[in-house]
Design a protein around this ligand. Structure first.
Ligand code: ARG
Length: 267
């Protein structure tokens, strides 16, 4: 059978910046250097192209500095676009642009109920047929019954307890349907128990690797793209059979995001 091609939605960093503070990494006086951010984004682009990933772009919008983090637009399942409902007002204006992009491409748009916050793939990652959803900081726990109904697949919520790891994709990285790289202390005790019991091979990572966004990695078959900075983590990943592509995402970390936050899976 022919291998399905991987495609991602990305958004160029034309209007990227740190203009408000909604997570502990953001500080308005430590601005990203725009030329550098553009270079870092461009090297992600070329690296993914080299891995045969199809890249679709959504046009950036002035005044929406976090739109570059497309992982938070929503969650794509087949031809359904499950739109986000952002917790912070400053990001809510991204949603009409995301919905229009998917509507123009004939996706069915599904919107969360008005009383449920949901921040898309940033908080929702598949391990095999099970969707793991990070809750407690951005996404609400009540997203679980709603998503279970919408998807008709098992959905497990994992409570996040460390504000530095405010989205699931900052501390939990599925490597395939058996293995997940994760930072244990980012999760409640109950969530750690769920990870250990529901995932065939959880691989814990150290705090020093987590704080350089080691879990915020993009996995494409046997390749993994992530922020450089940890020799120990690189070795672990090589031992697990991956080709590791270490890039520099430090300008994006100033807003609390790295490699994985910059893409949304379309397939
Ligand atoms: N500044 C953005 C926010 O706080 C960063 C989003 C990072 N995205 C992610 N998927 N973790 O919302």
């Amino acid at each position: 059978m022919a291998k399905e091609t991987t495609s991602f939605l990305i958004c160029p960093p034309d209007y990227y910046g740190v203009e408000y503070e909604i997570n502990p990494w953001m500080c308005r006086i430590i601005k990203p250097i725009s030329g550098l951010a553009e270079q870092q984004w461009a090297s992600l682009y070329t690296t993914l192209q080299g891995l045969d990933v199809t890249l679709e772009q959504i046009p950036p919008v002035s005044g929406l500095p976090d739109m570059v983090f497309t992982a938070n637009a929503g969650l794509v399942v087949g031809k359904q676009f499950i739109s986000s409902r952002f917790r912070f007002e400053v990001r809510q204006s991204e949603t009409p642009h995301h919905q229009k992009w998917f509507q123009d491409r004939r996706y069915q748009i599904i919107t969360p109920p008005t009383d449920i916050y949901f921040e898309g793939e940033g908080d929702a990652l598949w391990v095999g047929e099970t969707l793991f959803v990070g809750c407690g900081i951005r996404t609400d726990r009540s997203a679980q019954p709603w998503l279970t109904k919408v998807l008709d697949r098992p959905v497990i919520t994992l409570e996040l307890v460390d504000p530095r790891f405010y989205h699931l994709d900052t501390c939990f990285c599925p490597l395939d349907d058996q293995r997940v790289l994760y930072y244990p202390s980012a999760f409640s005790t109950a969530a750690q128990g769920l990870i250990q019991s529901k995932i065939p091979r959880p691989i814990p990572m150290k705090e020093e690797d987590a704080v350089v966004f080691g879990a915020n990695a993009i996995v494409v078959n046997k390749h993994i793209v992530l922020n450089g900075g940890s020799a120990a983590l690189t070795k672990t990943l090589i031992d697990e059979g991956f080709d590791v592509h270490s890039l520099d995402f430090r300008e994006f970390i100033k807003a609390g995001g790295s490699a994985k936050c910059l893409i949304l899976r379309l397939t």
